[in-house]
Design a protein around this ligand. Structure first.
Ligand code: SF4
Ligand code: SF4
Length: 172
């Protein structure tokens, strides 16, 4: 499966649709694009996009975040930038921020406000899911329902949701 093309299609869901209708970067001087060391996870297979496009504004590194699938351990890469990018090539994590997918107790995908964003993002701190643009929320859900049809992606999501639980304990 050519995962690069799947992600490139999904990116289009967020080319024009943003978390809220106004430019939220004016609220916080683009706090989520500071180009610090925090970076953003690349989802399983997303690294292929950057092998294909090879942009010069991104550096990809390994993280300690791993998940198991089919008896193998997979490492999740992180993308680092210097605070600027080509908007049409930015990773999915940047496009969906400050929302994120989360597997609930029934194993279904919920979209939640990312608990990791609460210390950075005014929207993450103050907004409930209903306060975000409806189309934005729907598109985030659509993207992850599609991605999670892949069994490896679903295995990633299981581990990722437990990782988010660690942050939710502090913020919810
Ligand atoms: S930190 Fe939040 S409010 Fe600021 S630009 Fe990013 S998404 Fe918008
Ligand atoms: S890649 Fe772009 S959208 Fe993502 S953090 Fe960097 S500057 Fe912001």
């Amino acid at each position: 499966m050519n995962t690069a093309y799947i992600y490139l299609q999904l990116y289009r869901l967020f080319d024009e649709i943003t978390p809220v209708e106004v430019d939220c970067g004016q609220l916080c001087q683009k706090a989520c694009c500071k180009g610090d060391d925090s970076g953003m996870f690349l989802f399983p297979g997303e690294k292929e996009v950057y092998k294909l496009l090879n942009p010069d504004w991104i550096t990809i590194e390994k993280t300690d975040f791993t998940y198991e699938y089919n008896g193998k351990t997979y490492n999740t890469p992180i993308a680092l930038c210097s605070g600027t990018c080509d908007r049409y090539q930015r990773p999915l994590s940047c496009r969906i921020f400050p929302l994120t997918p989360y597997l609930n107790e029934q194993g279904k995908i919920d979209i939640i406000v990312d608990p990791r964003g609460k210390g950075v993002c005014p929207l993450a701190k103050a907004f409930y899911l209903d306060d975000f643009d409806d189309t934005f929320v729907k598109n985030v859900k659509k993207a992850f329902i599609l991605l999670a049809k892949n069994k490896q992606f679903y295995a990633f999501l299981e581990e990722y949701s437990r990782y988010l639980d660690e942050f939710r304990r502090f913020y919810d």
